[in-house]
Write a protein that binds this ligand. Sequence first.
Ligand SMILES: NC(=O)c1ccc[n+]([C@@H]2O[C@H](COP(=O)([O-])OP(=O)(O)OC[C@H]3O[C@@H](n4cnc5c(N)ncnc54)[C@H](OP(=O)(O)O)[C@@H]3O)[C@@H](O)[C@H]2O)c1
Length: 245
Amino acid sequence: MSKGVVLITGASAGLGEEMARQFAALGYDLALCARRTDRLTALQKELAGTRVSVRALDVTDDQAVFTVFREFAEEFGRIDRVIVNAGLGKGAPLGTGRWDANRSTAMVNFVGALAQTEAALEIFRAQQRGHLVLISSMSALRGMRRAMTTYAATKAGVAAIAEGVRSERIRGVDVSVIFPGYIRSEMNEHVTQKTRFMVDTPAGVRAMVAAIEKRKAKAYVPAWPWVPIGVAMRTLPLSVVRKLT
Ligand SMILES: NC(=O)c1ccc[n+]([C@@H]2O[C@H](COP(=O)([O-])OP(=O)(O)OC[C@H]3O[C@@H](n4cnc5c(N)ncnc54)[C@H](OP(=O)(O)O)[C@@H]3O)[C@@H](O)[C@H]2O)c1
């Protein structure tokens, strides 16, 4: 018997794709979306034996976010958990002529996450139950320099959305915000420096899934080394933090 229905955005690659595999192994049905439907269909085939529905979705198309979420809810009869995961790691130092990259990052990571949260909470308020999970980043904890500035700001915004909704205490609704450290994915496949703490995708996602299953309000994952790094990031002066990141 199914343990429930998990909707994951950005399920065509990286952490979203691996979360789909791991939630399928735990016995959940899956509602998966992203722009690259060929990859979603391949994942659906790989997960034969699990009920998986796939749909194309660009999270910057606001109306499509509401439509696709409602369609999934209708198809399955309910959605138990929504994982706001779709994200973009583009970005450039501010004022260097790359407004396009910084704007795209802001639209996918923040405005897209806001639309997904609205769409999820419409469903959860009507059901009077649901688990909203937002994927932030360790970079949300402080302002980050250069190419990371916009990305980190969007992820701080995502964490603030999660805390705001949690503070509202909506009947039957749990809220989790996950702060991943470095986990290997398409987003960082070209990153060769600063990989000291990088873990492979399955291991990193196991830590994410464990925190989500526990419905933790906040989780820095994997806990080692990111819990102590989180303490250092939040408390040390910016002049020191800038060297850590
Ligand atoms: N990997 C890490 O170390 C790390 C650390 C901290 C936080 N995160 C966060 O974890 C989440 C997943 O990242 P990842 O590392 O798995 O990156 P990834 O491998 O690049 O995957 C990103 C996913 O987001 C989807 N996506 C991108 N733009 C989209 C759009 N406009 N509409 C719909 N879907 C879109 C992509 O699907 P399509 O291209 O098919 O649409 C893809 O499935 C992101 O929110 C990221 O910021 C990752």
